[in-house]
Design a protein around this ligand. Sequence first.
Ligand code: ADP
Ligand code: MG
Ligand code: MG
Length: 951
Amino acid sequence: MAKKASVKKTTVKKTTVKKTAVKKTAVKKASVKATGVKKAVARKAASSRAKKFVYFFGNGKAEGNRYMKDTLGGKGSGLAEMTNAGLPVPPGFTISTDACNLYYERGAKLPPEIDAEIAAHLRRLEKAAGATLGSTQNPLLVSVRSGAKFSMPGMMDTILNLGLNDAAVEGLKARTGNGRFAFDSYRRFMQMFGSVVLEIPKAAFEHEFEAVKTAKGAALDTDLDEAALREVVEAYKSVVKKKSGKPFPQDPNDQLAMARNAVFRSWNNPRAREYRRIYDIPDSIGTAVNVQMMVFGNTGDRSGTGVGFTRNPATGAKEFFGEFLINAQGEDVVAGIRTPQPISELAKVMPHAYAQLRQITTRLERHYKDIQDFEFTIQEDRLYMLQTRSGKRTGYAAVIIATDFVKERLITPKEALLLVDPEALSQLLAPGFDAKEWKSIPAATRGLPASPGAACGQVVFSADHAVEWANQGKAVILVRRETVPDDIHGMWVSQGILTATGGMTSHAAVVGRQMGKPSIVGAGELTIDEHGKQFTLKGQTVREGDYIAFDGLTGEVKLAKVSSQPSEILQVVAGKIKPAKSDIYGRFNQLLTWADKYRRLGVRANADQPDQAEIAYMFGARGIGLCRTEHMFFGEGRIPIVQRMILADNEADRRAALNELLPMQRQDFYGVFKAMHGTPVTIRTIDPPLHEFLPRREDLMVEVAKLEATGKGGKELAEKKTLLARVEQLHEFNPMLGHRGVRLGITYPEITEMQARAIMEAACQLNKEGLKVVPEIMIPLVGLVKELKDQKLIVDRVAAEVMKEQKIKIKYLVGTMIEVPRGALTADAVAAEAQFFSFGTNDLTQMAFGFSRDDVGKFLRIYQDKKILEKDPFATFDAEGVGQLVAMGVQKGRATKPDLKVGICGEHGGDPASIHFFHQVGLDYVSCSPYRVPVARLAAAQAALSVKVGD
Ligand code: ADP
Ligand code: MG
Ligand code: MG
C-alpha cells in the first residue's frame, strides 16, 4: 500500500536527519563559544605574526594561548595556556595547522623556511631542556604529537621517545644509571616509529616482543630486564630492515622530520577521515604537530602515568575520576594491555603528587569553566601535565554538570546554555528498560559502566558485521575484546558497545560517551572468540545473533531480550512521574527555562495529531508550525472514504465523500487546537499527490491478473479494474513535481472548501467554549501569487459562511508555504495575498538543488566522498545556496508587509546548525518534530547568544 511505503520513507528520513544532527553539534558547540572577543584576540595574534608557523612554550611562557585552537590545535593551545598559567608542562613547540595545509598544498613537502623555523625552535627547546637531540652524554628525547582543533581521540598518531639511537640510548643509560629504562624507551620508540612512520604492521613487532617474553618466562612487560630489552631492540632492527629494506634511521634530525610528516599524513588516514565525516569536521583544517620534551613514567616505581576527568563524565557527579599505571608510558593506559588502577589509589602511593594533581586540575576546571580531561606523568615523584581539554561527556552528564556549575557559582545561567550541546537533550529522551522486567532477569556479568543508557540487540563481533546487520534493520550490540579506532563505523550503528578489556577511559568508553551510545567496558568474565563469532561466560556460549541487553549506567549485562521503556523525562512529560520527584527533569527544565529567556526565535512543532501536539506542548512548543491534514486521512477507517473521494468521476460523488470526511477532520482539528492551549496552530491544506492514497499500480495489476486467471473475479474484479484504471489515470512520471499541493486545491476546490470548513468550525466551537484560537490556514506549494489568490477566495468565503452559521466572529489567518523557488523569487507579490509565510525547506532544498529527496541516497555518499558536497543538504540546511532563497523571501515578503510573520517547518527546524542560520536571517520561529523541541529551544538560545541579528 502507498500508505505503508510513505510512512516508512519518513521514518527512514527522520533517523538520518537525527544522526547527522548528532554529528554536527560536536563541532557547532565549539564555534558557538568563539565569541567576538575571543575571535579578536586570535585575529590579532595571527595578524601581528603573519608568517609564523612555529610557536614555543616553556619556562613559564608560551607564544600561544587558549584562543588559538585554529592555529595550534586543541592540544597545542592547551599546552600553551597551561604553560602561561605556570603549571609544570615539559617545554616544546607547536608546528601550526597552516604548516600542515602547506605540506599538502606542496605535494607532501614543507617549504624550506618552515624547516628553518623548526630548526631554530629545536635549538631553543634544547636550551630550555638543557639537553641536546642525539647527544651521547645527555640526549634530548621528544614526543611528536598530533593535535587538531577538534579532538579526535586516537584517530591520528603520536610518537614518543624520539631522538634515541644506538649511541644516544647508551647516553640515556649513563645519565640515568637505569639501563632497563633506557632500553625500554628505545624499544617503545622503535615500535611506534616503525608502525606509524615506516608503516610496518604492529604485529611484526609484537611478535618479536612476545617471543622474547616467552623465552625469558616473563608475564608482564615490566618483567623484562635490560638484557632482554636489548634483545628486543636487536630483533626490532631486523624487522625494520626486513620490512622497509633500510636500517632503522639513526639520525635524530631525520627521525624528527619523518615523524612530523607522518603526523601530517595521519590527518588523512581512513579512520581519521571517517571520524571527521561522522562528526562533520571539515577536512580542510589540518592538524598541528607538537614537539615536546619527554618526561618519563617508566623509570621505576616512583613514576607513572595517567588520565582523568575533573568530574565523572558518565554521570556528571562531582568526583575526581581517572586511572593510572605505575612504571608506564602514556600509551599503556589507553591501550588496554595492563588494567590501570583507579586514581584514588594514587593518593595512597604518591600522596604529594596526587594532592598537586587535584589542586592543578581543580584550578584548570575553574579557569576553563568546564570539566577537564587531562593527562599527566609522574617522573620520580615529580608531576607533569601533558594535556588538558574540555571533557567529552554524556548528554546526561552535560545537563548535570552545567546546572551544578551554576549552583557552585562557577558560571552564570547564560554560560550554562553554551556548555550543553543541544543534542545532549535528545540523548536524555532515549529509552531505558522496564524496571520490573529488568530486575526479574539475573545479571550474567558486570562490566564498567562507561556510558549510560539501555541497550538491547543481537550480538555481532565485528564493526563490518554491525553495519551489515544494521542495514538489514536489525538492532545490534557490538561485542569486542576492546574497540580500536577502526571500529568507529560499527560503533555508530550499534545500540550499544560491550568490551571485555579496557578501563573507563579506553577507546570504547570515550567514543561511546561521545556518541551517546550505551557502553560497558572491561567485562572481564567474557571470553571472546571473534573469529568463531561467539563468547563464553561462566560456561554459557553466546553466538552471533543471540540477544543480550545491558544497562550502561550500572554495568549489568543480561543474556535476554528486554523491552525498553521511555526515559525518565518522557515519563514526567507523560504524567507518570511527578516533576518534583525527578532530579534530572528538574535540571532539564531549568536549563530550557534559561534558554527561553535568551532566545529570540519562537519554537513550534510539526504535529498532525492531538497526542503529538500534547507532547510537543509539554516539551515547550508554543504553537504548531505544520499540521499535515493528509496524515489524518490515514487514520482508522478513513482510507476507504478518501479513496471514494478520489475515485469519484463527478463533483457530486466527490462532495458526498468529502462530507463524510468533514466531521472527522473537524474533530482532529478540535483536538489539536485544544492540545495547544490557544497558541498558534498552522494547518496545511492537502499536499501529496492523490495516488499516495491508492494501492500501488504494480500490486493492483498482479491482483487483477490473479483474479482473471482463477476466473472467479466477479464484483471484486470489476472494482479492482476501476481502481486500476484510476490509478493509471493518476500515474505521473514525476509525482513530486506533479499534481499536488495548491494544484490539487485549484483542480478540486471542494477539497479546500471541506478543509477550510472543518478548521473554522472547530475553531469557532472552541472560541465559544472560551479558548481563544486563531487558526492559521496554510496553502502549500505556491509559486504564483494567483494560485494563492484563488485559494484564499475559497477560504475567506467558507470562513464567512461558517462564522455566520455559528454566530461568532473569530480571527484567522491565511498564508502560504514558500517551497517552490518561484514563490521565494516573487515573495513581494505573494506577500500581498499572504498573512504569513512558512518556508518548507524540504521541498525548497529539493527544488533548488534539483535533487529528489527520495532518490538522493543513491549518489549523496559519492558526492560527499568526492567532496562535491560536504553535508547532506536535507539534514543541514544549505545556507549558502538555498539560504539565499530564504533570505530573499524574507526580505521581499517584509518589503510588502513589514509585520509579515515568517517561520520554517522543514526537517531543518530541529537541526542546531540550521537553527543558527534561521536566527540570523530573522525568522520569527522554527518548527520541528515534537521530540526535537528541547533541542531547538536550546539551539535557538545559543544562536541568540553568539550571533546578533543583522551581524
Ligand atoms: P593522543 O591524542 O592519542 O592522546 P598524545 O599526543 O596526547 O596522543 O600522546 C599519547 C600519550 O603519550 C599520552 O598518554 C601522552 O600523555 C603521552 N605523552 C605525549 N607526550 C609526552 C611527553 N612529552 N612526555 C611523556 N608522555 C607524553
Ligand atoms: Mg592525549
Ligand atoms: Mg512541501
